[in-house]
Design a protein around this ligand. Structure first.
Ligand code: MGD
Ligand code: MGD
Ligand code: MO
Length: 814
């Protein structure tokens, strides 16, 4: 056992391994207050909650409180490892400023009240509006951070009980494009790959994905392969010099917003050089001829011109991808949060498809999720899609859902595509949506163009319910605030990127009167008197396991089939990949083995969309295109970003993350080691841009777009010239005065989205920057261990010190 400062060393000690070998075990653990394992009363099984990786861990409980965490050696995902947010982030649960009682607005102020009054007000207003205006007055905006059971219940209430089409998650901001790209290529959502593909691949390509900082344990797996014999080659596509870029064989740093051109150029080379698996393409796909014709217009020289990446580098990357024997591709926000998000993400699917690299060890696609339970939001239908990846435009599938719910099919809205979140906020702005129930998300910091969002949420005519752990920026604008229990305080299941389902058990009681989201939602349904077509209560369960049993029936026969899974099974072996059925009782490692897809017209989740306009295809069009349910190779042409830099706003603004903070920091900002490592917003700029202006490390800058301004200290680092980066973690809950000067990146971002996935564009805006004051010698508050590593030599390195010492035990077995 060794102790490591895991703030200073986020990925911990290397345990090298070779291709096809099993990733060695390394158990990471952190206990508060110098406690040791012997002091712990109980270890309660769960998995990590502050990202999508789904690392198995046990929660340490002493005297009824959470006191630490320990990775589980036997878990298929992490083999014992944990990342910095996992090791320290749980401390937020114990924060003294947790909400412990419901709040209600009286005379303009939020005041404490009891549950009966609060729920009476919520259900009462909802019922009033249903009677007055009907279901179109009512909307639900949820999360990727609740449990499967909660989403399924919410979807049932909203779609089945209330009959509104206005249901979405913050997954719209997050992985709507992953879902859309999988639907376009494979007819249905559902992640093809497995994390064990890292063990087998000889090339791993990361497209707009800073895995080192955002799925840090998965990156540890990659680092251990890189440190072992016959390491894989790494291709990185990112305009910043991330830790991924530093580890890459080839790093392509395109102009933001030009991914489609780059992908088309890579495909141009792969197809042009004959690096195509013709047998696979002929047997299992449609659309190759069109793709081949389209990418003919995109030789590397076009990429050089549009993306500003040297043609020779594009050719080099294409050779690595084209000659790979086992190619693993991953995609995330650098592709998803841009104006041609789905079009670009689909080209990654095309790359693996034309190379025949799918459904076998080392050959996978990970259209990544971001949040711990984003997968569940999508499969349970809380993202607006119908539960069980059912196709809203297929009447048989809607009728099948109505059968499961014992409802008339006409009571489930399916007359048009589900209302996406950006449109819901537009409806609220225009006044047709008048009741908005927000669970586990903080839109007053995370949505684009915050000035506008605050105005919408603050309207008198909008009844806003916010269910959260803390009095967030959003909760402060609510009419009723409901205090929720969170991870560790309630039981439920959640599913990670590679379809691994974990059961997370209740370890401790929530503080005060806080209640599990599931219990609150069930009470809401009962108070509204929601019924099935025989007049029985619509929601038939009263606890998480009951909800899970309900979901199992709903998922039966669908791609995300949980019918062979149970809490009992997960208590025996936590971490099982869906589908789990009678035929596959131990789960399914990879989808699409042997080129079998969920794409048959009667079975698929979507008939696809036009990649440029986003218009849904008709059933007849899809039947003509893909009668046998093969994978679809969908070509795309490049369209320039809508907001291009010009004289007044000469920079391109990119926003994103750092390893130490999670989103709007409601949890990581309350964990001392994490908050200290990245305490305040900063802005990244390239050395040449800084030198041109005579600016340096730590100078105070003002970043402006047509929508707002943000003050931040300058970090000079390895970002592309012409591009600025702002982390989006910093809102106002811990510094209300910062509103005046601007601190949240989303003051600056535009109200605009990808036409297919409707995911907002957080990664391209035109911005201006001026200097307000030179540095007094204090460096920028940005971490030094990450993408924001400074070029200046004299910036003190990011350290956690004694307070961040965590244990590592290697040499164990699974
Ligand atoms: N530490 C930490 N981990 C997290 C989270 C967190 O908040 N903190 N959040 C979780 C969630 S919900 C998500 S969705 C994921 C997100 O995980 P990532 O997508 O890895 O994170 P981001 O920083 O949003 O964006 C990734 C990269 O996109 C690059 N990029 C920007 N514009 C472009 C472009 O035009 N083209 C290309 N190719 N790249 C571009 C940025 O430089 C950035 O390095 O992380 C998850 N994990
Ligand atoms: N500029 C910019 N903006 C972005 C992004 C970006 O890259 N750039 N990324 C986008 C992405 S990918 C994402 S995922 C979003 C994230 O945006 P948000 O979802 O708004 O961010 P969080 O801070 O995670 O908010 C989750 C809230 O849920 C609460 N919570 C946690 N657990 C529970 C629970 O069990 N029950 C209840 N009721 N509440 C709980 C937390 O306290 C917190 O307030 O931000 C998006 N916005
Ligand atoms: Mo996300």
């Amino acid at each position: 056992m060794v102790r490591r400062d895991r703030i200073a060393e986020p990925w911990g000690t290397r345990t090298p391994y070779g291709p096809g070998e099993t990733w060695p075990v390394r158990v990471d653990s952190y206990l508060a207050d110098g406690l040791s394992a012997e002091d712990v009363d109980r270890w309660v099984p769960s998995a990590t909650i502050l990202h999508s990786n789904g690392d198995g861990l046990d929660i340490a409980v002493k005297d009824g409180r959470i006191v630490g965490v320990r990775g589980r050696a036997e878990d298929r995902v992490n083999h014992g490892r944990l990342g910095p947010k996992d090791l320290y982030g749980w401390q937020a649960n114990n924060s003294p400023d947790r909400l412990t009682r419901p709040l209600i607005r009286r005379g303009g102020e939020l005041v404490e009240t009891d549950w009966d009054t609060a729920m009476g007000a919520v259900a009462g207003r909802c019922r009033e509006l249903l009677d007055e205006q009907g279901p179109s007055a009512v909307g639900f905006y949820t999360s990727g951070q609740l449990f499967l059971e909660e989403y399924y219940t919410l979807g049932l209430i909203a779609h089945g009980g209330i009959g509104t089409n206005h249901v979405d998650g913050n997954t719209r901001l997050c992985t709507a494009t992953a879902a859309a790209a999988l639907k376009e290529s494979f007819g249905s959502d559902g992640q093809p790959g497995s994390y064990t593909d890292v063990d087998h691949c000889d090339v791993i390509a990361l497209f707009g994905h800073n895995m080192a900082e955002t799925q840090s344990v998965l990156w540890t797996r990659v680092l251990d392969r890189l440190a072992g014999p016959n390491p894989p080659q790494v291709v990185c596509v990112d305009p910043r010099e991330t830790p991924v870029a530093r580890a890459a064989t080839v790093h392509l740093a395109p102009r933001p917003g030009t991914n489609v051109v780059l992908m088309n150029a890579l495909l141009h080379e792969v197809i042009g050089n004959g690096w195509v698996d013709r047998e696979y393409v002929d047997a299992h796909t449609v659309g190759f001829a069109e793709l081949e014709a389209r990418v003919r217009d995109y030789p590397p020289e076009v990429a050089e011109q549009v993306c500003d990446v040297p043609a020779a580098q594009v050719r080099e990357a294409a050779r690595v991808l084209g000659t790979a024997e086992r190619l693993l591709s991953t995609v995330l926000q650098g592709f998803y949060q841009s104006h041609q998000a789905t079009a670009a993400a689909v080209q990654v699917n095309n790359l693996n498809l034309v190379r025949g690299m799918l459904g076998k060890p080392g050959c996978g696609i990970l259209q990544m999720n971001g949040q711990p339970t984003a997968e569940n939001t999508r499969e349970a239908g809380a993202d607006g899609d119908l539960a069980g990846f059912r196709n809203w435009s297929n009447d048989q599938q809607v009728a099948d859902l109505a059968r499961v719910w014992n409802l008339d099919p006409f009571s489930i809205p399916h007359y048009s595509p589900p209302t996406h979140a950006m449109q819901m906020f537009r409806h609220a702005e225009e006044g047709s949506l008048r009741f908005l129930y927000v669970t586990a998300t903080n839109p007053a910091v995370s949505l684009p163009e915050l000035g506008r969002i605050r105005e919408i949420l603050a309207q008198e005519r909008l009844f806003l319910v916010v269910q959260d752990l803390f009095l967030t920026e959003t909760a402060q604008l609510a009419d009723v605030v409901l205090p929720a229990a969170t991870w560790g305080e309630k039981t439920g299941t959640f599913t990670n990127v590679d379809r691994t389902v974990h059961l997370s058990e209740k370890a401790v009681d929530p503080p005060g009167e806080a209640r599990a989201d599931l219990d609150i939602l069930i009470e809401f349904a009962h108070r509204l008197g929601l019924q099935d077509q025989d007049g029985a209560p619509l929601v038939t369960w009263s606890d998480a396991e009951g909800a899970f049993e309900g979901w199992k029936e709903c998922s039966r026969g669908r791609p995300c089939d949980y019918s062979g899974l149970s809490y009992a099974k997960l208590r025996e072996r936590n971490g099982i990949q869906w589908p789990v059925t009678e035929e596959a009782p131990e789960g399914t490692e990879r989808l699409y083995e042997g080129g079998r897809f969920f794409a048959a017209p009667d079975h698929c989740e979507s008939y696809g969309r036009d990649l440029v306009t986003g218009a849904p295809l008709e059933e007849s069009e899809y039947r003509a295109l893909n009668p046998e349910g093969r994978a679809v190779l969908k070509a795309a042409e490049y369209v320039p970003p809508h907001e291009l830099p010009g004289q007044e706003f000469p920079f391109q603004l990119v926003t994103g993350r750092t390893i130490y903070q999670f989103h709007t920091r409601t949890k990581t900002g309350r964990a001392p080691q994490l908050q200290a490592a990245a305490p305040e917003v900063w802005v990244e700029m390239s050395p040449s841009d800084a030198a041109d202006r005579g600016w340096g490390e730590g100078d105070l800058l003002e970043v402006c777009t047509p929508r707002g301004r943000v003050e931040a200290r300058l970090r000079v680092c390895g970002i592309r010239p012409g591009v600025l980066f702002l982390p989006f973690h910093y809102g106002y809950w811990d510094d209300p005065d910062a509103r005046e000067r601007g601190r949240a990146a989303n003051e600056l971002t535009p109200t605009d989205w990808d036409p297919v996935s409707k995911q907002p564009i957080f990664k391209t805006a035109a911005a201006a920057v001026t200097r307000l004051a030179a540095s007094d010698g204090t460096p920028s508050p940005a971490p030094t261990t990450t993408a924001s590593r400074p070029v200046a030599a004299d910036v003190p390195p990011t350290r956690g010190g004694d307070a961040a010492l965590a244990e590592e035990t290697t040499g164990g077995t699974r």
